[in-house]
Design a protein around this ligand. Sequence first.
Ligand code: F6P
Length: 541
Amino acid sequence: MPNSLPAWSSLQTHYEQIRNQRLRDWFAPENDPAPTRAERFTFAGGGLAIDFSKNRITAETLKLLVQLAREAGVEKRRDAMFAGEIVNPTEGRAALHTALRATDPQAPFHAEIKAERAKMAAFADQLRSGAWTGYTGKRIRHVVNIGIGGSDLGPKMVAHALQHLSTPDISTHFVSNVDGADLYRVLQHLDPEETLAIIVSKTFTTLETMTNARSMRDWLVQGGCPEGELAKHFVGVSANPTEVVKFGIAKENVFEMWDWVGGRYSLWSSVGLSIMIAIGPQQFDELLLGANDMDRHFREAPLEHNLPVLLGMIGIWYRNVFGSQSYLVAPYSEALHFLPSYLQQLEMESNGKSARLDGVTVDYPTAAVTWGEPGTNGQHAFFQMLHQGPTIVPIDFIALLTSEHPLPGHHSKLLANCFAQSEALMLGRTVEEATKVAGPDKPELVPHLVFPGNRPTTTILVEALTARSLGALIALYEHKVLVQASVWNINPFDQWGVELGKILGKVVDADLVAPAAEVGKHDSSTSALIARARVALKSPK
Ligand code: F6P
């Protein structure tokens, strides 16, 4: 178990030695000769560079963290995943998202993957060229992706990020919530004659997706689409093609994914169809190539320089040694607006577990709460707490060195803010400095003007937001999650924790509309909530 490994206890001892040391002192010019701390702790791979130097780490910390990764068998777990072994034992499945972007023809399922991608490309091309038309012969101008979780967050995040590479001829929309407002708000602005829905669901049984899919069909029919022409407005993506056909989608319009691709790792498969329609098959290939760049780096780079390993292990340093409860992702990019919510599922659905692989309950913390918001917005909302609150929240800053938009005068300000935040969090402001700022007349302000500093941050640098660099960035986090799961000895590829709520949800749903005499028994709180809602919903008494 990780906490009985030699490196784990060495890290605890090491923490006691450095816990009171300050980043500001480590960076003081007299203590930071060439090669500087920044040079010693910046590493590159897969087209990205990461500056880890503003973390509470020394060379010894990294040595021990890498030792822990080795002792915990990170390399073995990584190699097993790439080889297609059953790394998801509770579901008896492999996790082969890396095969989806492999360039090596010997990679698992290569022929199948290529065939499905060719089918996607042919369809995307037809849509993009206007050759695919709706029931009145008009070309498709709006695509609505209906899915939730992994069938929504990845495609939505990437489509939004790469808007600057997208065709202006087709608008892409994402609907996930069973709250009808989500679908309604999108459909209000669309014309059924020009709209195509992609129903994305690995299982094709998910309540939210199936409810939205049915309402979408009703909207099309009510908008004038004859039942017999619905095939022109619907395609399905699923690992359960039988259910897709049962729903009424034409067999030839079903795109397959496979049970060896986890939902939250699936944007590289036909789940990414909406992305491909937006940016085109060539750019989609670039996205895959970027992920493949990071896959190769993860497999080949020594652990000491391996970006996903370092990112993951430094996360473990804060979670398991410092006791941090959460970590923040702050992309300084509106294009990356949905990256934090995508990462929430990736990190927390993967590693928010208490059962070890052998079934024993862990006695150490696993996934930290992942949260985030693009900069600079966060600075005007919650950064106050990051600077002066008593809680230490490690941060991943993501900076794009060039902008993807043409507006002058913005980008340098954006980058300046990103870099200044990490500098301020690192430096803090001492009592002496605060006293000067307060001035002789306001000594009572001094405690309010002190910043503790020594707050750890990582800065991920991306030259430009291209499909390729985005692919690498996403794969970086995917592999980081595997690294941490390997140390924590948990399965990052299942999600049993979502089941109970789903089961009870069905029962409550029935109770909301059942005749009064048939409403089931619940605890007093749930019963009272159901009773209130039954009145509001005007259910039969
Ligand atoms: O409920 C959680 C979950 O199973 C996620 O893991 C998954 O990404 C999402 O629901 C959607 O599932 P599906 O693609 O099968 O509709």
